[in-house]
Design a binder for this molecule. Structure first.
Ligand code: FUC
Length: 792
């Protein structure tokens, strides 16, 4: 009888899972063992990674503003620029070896690390072996659930992190009265103390005032704590039970004989801005954490949940995607991914990955000046891979590629406001490292303190990554893109234009003339790749890399476009025009490739994961098959030479590049490869396992890096819709595999919202909407016409 009942319950559970849409549901029939199997949730500031164990549930807690370090002294190396002339002299003597050595004198400190707050444990006084276990993340509502049956009792847990209420909530129920027994406690790798009193657990602690990034050898000074320094945090936990009892021990809250309990978890940090000392000019983290919880605990669970769902759906529901009519598979997500990796069809999984990317951006990017980092907001390490930081030679920017096109403009704001902070420290970096008196720039790695100097630990870094100076040119293109998609003229005038202008000013002064009279950067690199000279020297430092000039060109063009919207500094505008006309142009190499280096050199690694010189094709707007067919062909050759096997973020980028080349089938092939199943590895990362996707659908560099998720999400949109200042193309790179489908709510430059329905690869119906009726050129089904948009 028991067996019959439990198998009936199993059937019911499967029905429940399948009632949720396979394109919006990630689920498993076992708890997570490794991080790469857990569910990440967040309200754009606080993050939770949920493992869902039966006997012990583990919930890793994060806060977007919780980093090691303190405000950076941007004036850390006032004389650095004195070394610049020698580097330039060596370069123009073509002495690349000397340039590689000399440029190291321009390196300074590394950035700080993103830190974990701690772990909330829920210990259940019960066996670990349960029947009918299910763990479900519902992307439609941003709510996750754990369900199982034990000794005839059905247990249910529901988790979400609410933006309106600013906290995490867990609702636990048992089907039998009084069967819910558990304790909650907290621990952390930070320095902290736990205080438990009157149904409240408060953990107060602080982050290290310095952490060396993991690529530096561990020493006794790698992680430095001092009670009087560093960012403080408070985590507060309270439990409300409908029945039963909440008692306390020294370190935990204990629920006895309850049927229905709600756990409230608030987190607050003392971070008060990039230039404020988090110990002495701090926000009152303890007061804030308590106020948040006190305000919410008086509300009913259902009200908090309803407000959370409403808030989340306000963003999530703006876009919907259908890529075919298959019903999706009624198997757990890890098995589904494995099956797909073997070449099986699963259109709903392709839609799920896209939906998940939008879910991740809403969940990780809602905090001013704290954009989504390398791991979004989800990190459990004190010295996380690459500091879980902001890497500005691709990763930080790639995080934001889906923000505008997939109708999540608001989620772009954390990056845009962060650029303002970078411009503050970056103006000191411009003067001290590059002898440029006007404008700002930033380097390869940055952190919440808006550090902008070249990194490399004072001369120990490889110039290939350490001496990058294109943070300002690349990031300022985001300022323009936000305007291009939103048409928010207030924003353009008051926020974007001043920052764009001062980025332009920096590069105007930083550029030098080469022997042929062209403007070039010197020193220059092409992110992380190296060139091979005919004499066998493998170098990184050169003048005039294609990447540098492409980002500068884009930044200048954007600035000129912005000055057409508003009156501008005429002298500067003229200067920009003239520099643009004499910028060293794109070159096509002997292999038909787009040249990466100023000269037509070989690459040390022709399969390198970076393809920075293709910036002008994507995310830039300078190269396209219609406007610059030769250059587009050269980009195609470069991509073919690079091959398709690469890291997660790099696959994400290449899919977008193939989409811009209007090759939907190649883009789709690589999209499938981005969704290649990668085994969870826990703490033993295999860095060379190849890029792909973990069971929980997070991107595998490996290790976990969220940029691949965002690159892949943007790429799906880019296959279905492309826009320029000249108009909109519907289904520009539709793969054969997506012959029938529809998309609603994508955004196009010019402030348009676009819906498309298609059948047999042809548009059958579309809708272009904007705030005011506007004329716009639309290209689809091989024809172009000008239409007037509908008013939204
Ligand atoms: C860049 C890339 C690496 C990695 C790191 C975070 O340095 O070259 O692959 O993504 O950033």
């Amino acid at each position: 009888m028991n067996k019959l009942l439990s198998s009936l319950a199993g059937v019911l559970l499967v029905m429940l899972v399948t009632a949720q849409s396979p394109d919006k549901t990630i689920w498993f029939n076992k708890p997570a063992n490794a991080f790469e199997e857990c569910f990440v949730m967040g309200n754009g500031t606080q993050g939770a990674s949920i493992f869902g164990g039966v006997q012990t549930d583990k919930i890793l807690l994060n806060d977007a503003t919780f980093w090691s370090g303190e405000p950076v002294n941007a004036n850390m190396y006032p004389d650095a620029h004195k070394h610049l002339p020698a580097v330039r002299t060596a370069l123009f003597k073509e002495d690349y070896k000397a340039a590689d050595t000399l440029v190291k004198k321009l390196q300074a400190k590394f950035s700080e690390c993103y830190e974990p707050i701690g772990t909330l444990y829920l210990h259940f006084q019960q066996d670990s072996i349960a029947a009918n276990y299910k763990r479900i993340l519902d992307l439609d509502k941003a709510v996750s659930t754990v369900k199982y049956e034990l000794n005839g009792v059905n247990f249910n847990r529901e988790y979400f992190v609410s933006a309106p209420d600013k906290l995490m909530v867990i609702h636990l129920t048992a089907s039998k009265k009084g069967a819910l027994n558990f304790s909650a406690n907290f621990n952390s790798l930070m320095h902290y103390k736990v205080e438990v009193k009157q149904n409240s657990l408060a953990a107060n602690g602080y982050a290290p005032y310095h952490v060396d990034p993991p690529f530096l050898k561990e020493t006794k000074n790698s992680v430095l704590f001092d009670e009087t320094r560093g960012t403080r945090f408070t985590t507060m936990v309270k439990i409300k039970c409908m029945d039963g009892l909440v008692v306390t021990t020294d370190t935990s809250l204990v629920v006895k004989n309850a049927t229905d309990a709600v756990i409230y978890v608030s987190i607050a940090t003392s971070f008060n801005g990039f230039d404020k000392n988090p110990a002495t000019q701090s926000l009152p983290n303890a007061t804030i954490a308590k106020a948040i919880i006190d305000k919410s605990i008086v509300k009913s669970y259902s009200v908090i949940k309803r407000n959370h769902i409403e808030d989340y759906q306000h963003f999530f529901n703006r876009v919907s995607l259908k890529l075919g009519n298959d019903t999706g598979l009624i198997i757990p997500t890890d098995e589904r991914l494995k099956r797909y990796s073997k070449g099986n069809e699963d259109k709903q999984l392709e839609m799920l990955y896209f939906n998940f990317g939008r879910y991740l951006l809403i969940s990780s990017s809602r905090t001013n000046c704290a954009p989504a980092n390398l791991q979004g907001i989800w990190n459990s390490y004190v010295r996380p891979p690459w500091a879980s930081g902001y890497t500005a030679n691709i990763n930080l920017e790639e995080n934001y590629w889906p923000s505008e096109i997939t109708n999540l403009s608001e989620m772009h704001k954390p990056l845009l406001s962060f650029i303002h902070a970078l411009s503050q420290t970056g103006s000191t970096t411009a003067k001290t490292f590059y002898a440029v008196q006007n404008g700002w720039t930033s380097g390869h790695q940055t952190d919440i303190w808006a550090m902008t100097n070249p990194i490399g630990d004072w001369g120990k870094g490889n110039p290939a990554w350490a001496n990058f100076a294109m943070g300002a040119s690349w990031l300022s293109t985001h300022l323009w893109e936000h305007f291009a998609f939103t048409q928010d003229t207030n924003y353009l005038k008051n926020e974007a234009l001043p920052l764009m202008k001062s980025a332009v000013q920096f590069y105007i002064d930083f550029l030098v003339k080469d022997k042929g009279g062209y403007w070039v950067t010197a020193p220059s690199t092409s992110p992380e790749n190296k060139f091979l000279l005919p004499d066998g020297y493998k170098g990184a430092t050169l003048y005039g890399s294609t990447f540098d000039l492409a980002t500068i060109k884009e930044c200048f063009i954007d600035y000129l476009k912005a000055t057409k919207v508003f009156d501008a500094d005429v002298v500067l505008t003229k200067k920009v025009d003239s520099v643009l006309a004499h910028l060293y142009p794109y070159q096509i190499g002997k292999k038909g490739n787009l040249q990466e280096w100023y000269h037509d050199w070989e690459d040390v690694d022709p399969k390198h994961r970076h393809q920075s010189h293709l910036f002008g094709l994507y995310p830039g707007t300078q190269i396209s098959p219609s406007k610059t067919p030769e250059l587009a062909d050269a980009c195609r050759t470069t991509l073919l030479n690079r091959g398709d096997e690469t890291t997660g973020w790099s696959k994400g980028w290449r899919i977008n590049l193939w989409a811009r080349l209007l090759d939907g089938n190649h883009a789709y092939k690589m999209y499938r490869e981005l969704l290649k199943y990668v085994e969870p590895h826990g703490e033993n990362v295999n860095y060379s396992a190849g890029g792909g996707t973990y069971p929980n659908l997070l991107d595998a560099h490996p290790p976990f890096q969220i940029d691949g998720n965002f690159g892949g999400t943007a790429a799906v949109a880019e296959m279905l819709l492309q826009s320029t200042d000249d108009g909109i193309t519907l289904l520009p790179a539709l793969p054969t595999a997506w012959q029938n489908g529809s998309v609603k709510g994508l955004k196009a430059r010019g402030g348009f919202t676009v819906d498309i329905n298609w059948e047999k690869g042809k548009v059958i119906d579309y809708k272009i909407m904007s705030k005011y009726a506007k004329q716009v050129k639309i290209t689809y089904n091989n024809k172009t016409q000008t239409i007037t948009s509908l008013v939204r």
